[in-house]
Design a protein around this ligand. Structure first.
Ligand code: FAD
Ligand code: NAI
Length: 474
């Protein structure tokens, strides 16, 4: 087998495997190296996203939502459920099966696109622009030569400085996705995306969940009106969310005790069976040997790249969580495609202004573009239109009327500047707003488009109509 490649991609998460596939589609000889293994030691490409991130968390969110509906929503539909119980082992097995299907899907895609896959760790072993040597250490040891290298090594969970993860009592994301029985009391440090998604899973299954957040504001990056509504709903669901806390000593023995100061300055103690620490993630360049070849990283450990994902080294690129920007799978994928196209002499492009965010709680939260607070801070004059799901026929039929859609448009030009949704299927609804913004649409454009009835998407149309004070159904 030839060990000379046009492109060697290190890491097969969403950034890396997509870059490898696109580069191969463009006619380049491509290798992709990834070290993630199944418990049996087999390759498990897909990175954090597939193995301990997006996919398994959504699998558990789905299972726990079914359980919650069976327990709380079915009766209203006249469906009686007797002897409702959750089999956590079966739920985890299903999640593992979904993960495995995705791992196998990626291996299949590599084969189909003629990407040579190496299972092991990739590290710079020398060379220079146009002829980099990459050492693969796995079951076999190979040295590959690459004209271009794409670093897509992702990120790791950030631990509290004096409390290491043991994934028995103090859990990172991997541990949070593998809890094998519903804890009576669950603590979560960090009311960010992971904290809220995983907190929701275990709350729905019956755990008493307490979330401790350092910042005074809940979901500070989210549009304030949405964050306010979310806090109200999550609190009603039973998540005890405390913001503005200062976490102190944590003791993990039989259970976990968290000493903290609350927002009023009073000393508090929380005792829980398990503690999820979800306080952000750090870029991962472990074992890459980048420093030896002069790869520049910043003070926080991110690989330094320019707007085109070029690193400080010739013909070395970096994408995804290991570089600046939001740590999102679809952002990593877009960068992966753009880099592959640039390597092939085409014009790759990523529009950071239209990267959507989704929090898969119930209700879901999704947004794209600017929040009202950002627009105010930037002195941009805008008009805002909102529409509640309460007034949407499909939402009423679904029995899921929480939340609203909000559309923000430039006061003069009417160009859409941001769309914020909290409500059913927000993750799907936001796509329309992304398309609209990518095409430079005005709110009037959405308002004038025919939307199917009855559908949740009509709430988007109505929010756009509301920008011009002409909602029809409210
Ligand atoms: P990763 O997915 O981290 O992949 C990096 C890969 O590189 C890994 O397989 C790693 O083993 C491998 N690797 C690292 N170093 C080497 C080396 N030297 N040699 C060989 N292999 C190496 N994002 C969303 O958009 N939507 C979601 O719903 C979502 N949910 C999430 C839920 C959780 C619990 C978590 C933790 C994250 C979630 N994310 C979500 C974020 C998403 O997982 C990341 O943004 C995404 O995985 C980043 O992709 P990546 O390719 O940059 O890195
Ligand atoms: P996060 O950045 O979303 O949230 C971390 C939270 O912890 C913040 O609110 C922060 O203020 C708080 N915090 C930090 N230090 C603290 C401390 N010492 N005490 C108390 N609170 C503290 O990070 P999270 O949830 O760990 O997720 C990491 C990343 O993974 C996300 O930023 C996101 O990019 C990605 N992700 C995306 C998902 C999605 O798209 N649906 C789902 C899950 C993760």
């Amino acid at each position: 087998m030839s060990k000379n490649f046009d492109v060697v991609v290190i890491g097969a998460g969403p950034g890396g495997y997509i870059a490898a596939i696109r580069a191969a589609q463009l006619g380049l000889q491509v290798a992709c190296i990834d070290e993630w293994s199944t418990p049996e030691g087999k390759p498990a490409p897909g990175g954090t996203c597939t193995n301990v991130g997006c996919i398994p968390s959504k699998a558990l969110l789905q299972s726990s939502e079914h359980f919650d509906h069976a327990g709380h929503a079915f009766a209203e539909h006249g469906i009686q459920v007797k002897g409702l119980a959750i089999d956590v082992a079966q739920m985890l097995q299903r999640k593992d099966k979904v993960v495995k299907q995705n791992n196998e899907g990626i291996l299949y895609l590599f084969k189909k696109n003629k990407v040579t896959f190496f299972h092991g760790r990739g590290a710079f072993a020398g060379g220079s622009a146009g002829a980099w040597q990459i050492q693969v250490s796995g079951k076999t040891a190979d040295v590959l030569t690459a004209k271009h290298v794409v670093i897509a090594t992702g990120s790791n969970p950030r631990a509290l400085s004096d409390v290491p993860f043991d994934n028995k009592l103090v859990l990172d994301n991997a541990g949070a996705l593998a809890i094998n029985e519903t804890p009576k009391k669950l603590g979560v440090i960090g009311a960010g995306v992971i904290g809220l998604e995983m907190g929701s899973v275990w709350r729905r299954l019956g755990a008493e969940v307490t979330v401790l957040e350092a910042l005074p504001a809940f979901l500070g990056a989210v549009d304030e009106q949405v964050a306010k509504e979310a806090l109200k709903v999550f609190t009603k669901q039973g998540l005890a969310i405390h913001t503005g806390v200062k976490v102190g000593r944590i003791t993990a023995k039989k259970n976990v005790t968290v000493e903290y100061t609350d927002s009023a300055g009073a000393a508090q103690t929380l005792t829980v069976d398990k503690l999820i620490v979800s306080i952000g993630r750090v870029p991962n360049t472990t074992g890459l040997n980048g420093a030896a070849v002069g790869l520049k990283t910043d003070e926080r450990g991110f690989v330094v790249v320019d707007g085109d994902c070029k690193t400080s080294l010739g013909n070395v690129w970096a994408v995804g969580d290991v570089v600046r920007g939001p740590m999102l799978a679809h952002k990593a994928e877009e960068e992966g495609v753009a880099v592959a196209e640039r390597i092939a002499g085409k014009h790759g492009h990523v529009d950071f202004n239209t990267v959507p965010w989704v929090i898969y709680t119930s209700p879901e939260i999704a947004w794209v573009g600017k929040t009202e607070q950002q627009l105010k801070q930037e002195g941009v004059k805008y008009r805002s239109g909102s529409f509640p799901f309460m007034a949407n026929g499909r939402a009423r039929a679904l029995g899921d009327t929480t939340g609203f859609v909000k559309c923000l448009a430039d006061e003069k030009t009417d160009r859409i500047l941001g769309v914020h949704i909290i409500g059913p299927m927000a993750s799907e609804l936001i796509a329309e707003a992304v398309v609209a913004m990518e095409f430079g649409a005005a709110s009037e454009d959405i308002a004038m488009i025919c939307h199917a009835h009855p559908s949740l998407s009509e709430a988007m149309k109505e929010a756009a109509l509301a920008v011009d004070n002409r909602t029809l159904n409210l």
